[in-house]
Design a protein around this ligand. Structure first.
Ligand SMILES: Cc1cc2nc3c(=O)[nH]c(=O)nc-3n(C[C@H](O)[C@H](O)[C@H](O)COP(=O)(O)O)c2cc1C
Length: 331
């Protein structure tokens, strides 16, 4: 299990609240058989105190899939990690990068960059509770911190308690004054620092994240010595651009996926979801960018987004939208 996730981590799709839900991950898995997929952040209190176990549901096809947890209490995180491992996740990841207010008030996310000792306690407790790999996703620092100093200290401390893999979002988070969205764009990216961390911690598996928008860029980071690349927004908005060629180009195995075939493969998945009382748009909203940059993309997007919200809409809406794409793509 551990090696599966670590091998897959050469490329990963970032955890994204409200975006990388199970339907999104199923779609991404059809585009790439190898890429590591992350859940949205699930908070440890929601699992441990709220018993919100439905948040852990996923489809077996999604493997390799990592559960991202938010929290700052070692025992609570250990319990939540155990629930995640029992549910079958291949990796448990601790969020030390999310700057939102709600998360700050619970003392977790990026604010943990200020307390590496606590992060180490959390990682240690989580590792004791599960057999699957426990990893961390962090920033290069927060607020007035000097990343050159705090990042190596942070990495040192989590490595000392056995964390072997970390993903670094290569920019600071500002805990006051910037919205979560601004915190993903405004603090400048420092890729060079992340590359230097790999040189300083050669035994640590380090993935870089932030602002990477193509497989070519991902390959450049890998060729320069990093172990993995995590892509968020680009993978969501243009999933085929990032994922369809990932298996042959990043892992050197497998075929390029055809997004049109992927649409057809979504039909039984959608039918099963509708049979359980779900709605088409809950799935199709993640598919709007599937043909981004290709002829017919706009017609597809419009037909799908407008058609899918109607009461009783089924996969036929999606297949009709596809008719607008397919002939244009063949031209
Ligand atoms: C809508 C949205 C939700 C996000 N939710 C999370 C989250 O739950 N946990 C997390 O660690 N990061 C979260 N992030 C940050 C991403 O994981 C990633 O670090 C960030 O978007 C930078 O990567 P990118 O430039 O490739 O998008 C979120 C980002 C977006 C756009």
């Amino acid at each position: 299990m551990k090696n599966n996730a670590q091998k897959a981590a050469r490329l990963s799709v970032a955890p994204m609240m409200d975006w990388t839900d199970r339907h999104c991950r199923y779609l991404h898995r059809l585009l790439s058989g190898q890429t590591l997929l992350y859940t949205e952040m699930v908070t440890a209190p929601a699992l441990v105190r709220g018993r919100a176990m439905h948040l852990l549901a996923f489809n077996p096809e999604e493997h390799p899939v990592a559960l991202q947890l938010g929290g700052s209490d070692p025992q609570e995180l250990a319990q939540a990690a155990q629930f995640g491992a029992e549910a079958g996740y291949d990796e448990i990841n601790l969020n030390c990068g999310c700057p939102s207010d709600r998360v700050q008030s619970g003392t977790f996310g990026a604010v943990l960059m200020k307390d590496p000792g606590r992060v180490a306690d959390c990682v240690s407790a989580m590792r004791e509770a599960v057999d699957v790999e426990v990893t961390v996703k962090c920033r290069i620092g927060v607020d007035e911190q000097n990343p050159e100093e705090v990042l190596p200290t942070f990495l040192d401390q989590i490595r000392a308690v056995g964390c072997e893999r970390v993903t670094i979002h290569a920019r600071k988070a500002w805990l006051q004054g910037l919205s979560p969205k601004e915190n993903r764009d405004i603090p400048p990216l420092d890729y060079d620092l992340v590359h230097r961390m790999k040189a300083a911690f050669p035994d640590l598996h380090i993935s870089i994240n932030g602002g990477i928008t193509s497989l070519d860029q991902a390959r450049t980071h890998l060729e320069a010595g990093l172990d993995g690349v995590m892509i968020g927004r680009a993978a969501y908005h243009q999933p085929a651009d990032i994922l369809a060629e990932a298996d042959p180009l990043i892992y050197g195995t497998g075929q390029t996926a055809d997004p049109i075939e992927v649409v057809h493969k979504m039909v039984p998945y959608i039918e099963a979801h509708l049979a359980e009382g779900g709605r088409l748009h809950q799935i199709s909203r993640h598919m709007l960018g599937l043909f981004a940059g290709r002829p017919g993309a706009r017609a597809w997007r419009r037909a799908l987004s407008e058609g899918a919200v109607h009461e009783g809409a089924g996969p036929e809406v999606m297949l009709q939208a596809l008719e607008r794409v397919a002939p244009l793509v063949e031209v």
